[in-house]
Unconditional design. Structure first.
Length: 179
């Protein structure tokens, strides 16, 4: 049985188009999740992580940054304590407001960053939410993370290839005897 060349070519194109998103997809979602967990009880904020390793007797440092504090060194710093299974730090007497918790491991890497809202002591409902480091980038298509120049270049190349392929297809369809 002879298969027409048109079906073979279109089948290969469909297969390539189906495989492309899988090839360009980022790693598993677990790799993008913040490595810390922040909770509050009254005026106490605590953080737990298992991302740090013990180096020279230190797990690392956690900092609680207020709204006016932009860098790690400006916040209230506490040394992490714990075991290989998990490390923790806590701040007591935190006044109501919005804070950012940053955990720096002793090897210099950041275990995670997470925002927390501490409400008035009379209200027992406290919420901890993860937030992007640069805020919400609404309308730019990357609200959760920043993309690099390589990703932008590959995306631009794919869009350009799609435009060229569509123009070629429409031209060939209007005049089938031309390449």
């Amino acid at each position: 049985m002879r298969i027409p060349r048109f079906l073979v070519r279109s089948g290969l194109t469909v297969a390539a188009a189906a495989a492309l998103p899988l090839a360009l997809a980022p790693g598993p979602a677990a790799a993008r999740v913040s490595g810390i967990s922040v909770s509050t009880t009254g005026s106490t904020v605590s953080v737990v992580t298992s991302a740090c390793t013990l180096i020279n007797g230190s797990w690392g440092t956690a900092a609680l940054l207020g709204s006016g504090q932009g860098s790690f060194s400006q916040g209230r710093q506490v040394a992490l304590s714990g075991t290989t299974a998990g490390q923790s730090a806590a701040w007591s007497g935190v006044s109501p407001g919005t804070y950012t918790v940053v955990v720096m491991c002793s090897n210099g890497s950041t275990a995670g960053t997470q925002s927390v809202i501490v409400s008035t002591p009379s209200t027992p409902t406290i919420s901890a939410t993860a937030s992007p480091s640069r805020g919400v980038m609404g309308g730019l298509g990357g609200a959760a993370r920043d993309v690099g120049p390589i990703t932008m270049g590959v995306g631009g190349a794919l869009v350009g290839a799609g435009v060229i392929a569509a123009a070629w297809f429409l031209r060939r369809r209007s005049k089938p005897y031309r390449l």
